[in-house]
Write a protein that binds this ligand. Structure first.
Ligand SMILES: O=C(O)CCC(=O)C(=O)O
Length: 274
């Protein structure tokens, strides 16, 4: 398994809880993917994340291929091990003229697994700068799970407004990306993002993954294998789309969303874009 990250980048992931920016596709390729999302939105007359949520890769073949891009899959393997299972993915959009933000949170505080060893890759399909509300994080905050408060706010992309209290903003750093670049953050890294103050959209896609060795303790145990093997068999693999908006992938997406809607599982769905 060839390494994608340098020793210094891997050290930064383990010490700081994130590595960014990492090159993946060109800005032109990113713009092509953005166009496909915007065509979907035009045809359906709604934001993509209204219905394509929780495990968005099941809707678009290009998105599943992007998650498996050798740079993204390889960086995830370097960070979490050879066998990589995707269990959440979403499109994170901030349109100009809105106050859309993401409260300070840890992804892993809501993950129902027997360990907190997962990581999220986030790729920008547009530039993501401080002015556009890039992801910000607190380096080194990934060593323990923190109790979250729920602060509901219509402008918060996190549906329950889950928030880490008392974040020391003096320690916050920006994670800017050029369109086509990505970052990887540990599932316990405290991160969030401010509104987009520019006159163009900021949009990125997240791929939240765990090592296949992580055992789901409750809720859906289905996922999409991004790299390696489904070892030792804790997971059931989703049927995948053969083309964009393939009814097979959409039916699978619906069944995943229904499973997450089960009242017993509400906590699992809280992270994802609504
Ligand atoms: O898109 C954002 O600003 C935040 C993304 C995020 O919180 C995540 O991918 O875990």
């Amino acid at each position: 398994m060839p390494r994608v990250l340098t020793d210094a980048q891997l050290k930064s992931y383990h010490e700081d809880g994130f590595v960014s920016p990492l090159d993946c596709i060109s800005p032109e390729e990113a713009a092509g993917h953005l166009r496909m999302i915007e065509e979907y939105e035009k045809t359906h007359n709604e934001d993509v994340s209204v219905n394509i949520r929780v495990r968005a890769v099941l809707a678009f073949k290009w998105m599943i291929d992007l998650a498996r891009h050798s740079q993204i899959a390889g960086a995830l393997q370097d960070c979490i091990g050879p066998n990589v299972m995707l269990f959440l993915s979403g499109v994170w959009s901030k349109r100009p003229g809105t106050d859309t933000f993401v409260s300070w949170h840890q992804d892993g505080a809501y993950n129902p697994f027997d360990r907190n060893t997962g990581a999220t890759a986030w790729i920008g399909l547009t530039d993501s700068t401080p002015e556009k509300g890039n992801i910000r994080c607190i380096p080194g905050s990934h060593h323990e799970a923190i109790q979250h408060e729920e602060r509901f706010d219509d402008d918060n992309i996190l549906s329950r407004g889950q928030s880490v209290p008392n974040v020391d903003l003096d320690k916050a750093v920006d994670m800017p990306l050029i369109a086509g670049q990505f970052s990887v953050h540990h599932e316990l890294l405290v991160h969030g993002s401010a509104p987009n103050t520019t006159d163009s959209r900021r949009l990125g896609i997240s791929f939240a993954c765990v090592p296949t060795e992580a055992k789901p303790l409750s809720g859906p145990n289905t996922g999409v294998l991004i790299a390696g093997d489904n070892h030792p068999g804790h997971w059931v693999l989703n049927k995948e789309p053969a083309f964009d908006l393939d009814p097979v992938g959409l039916a699978e997406l619906k069944s995943v969303q229904d499973a997450y809607r089960n009242p017993d599982e509400t906590k699992l769905a809280t992270e994802i874009v609504g």
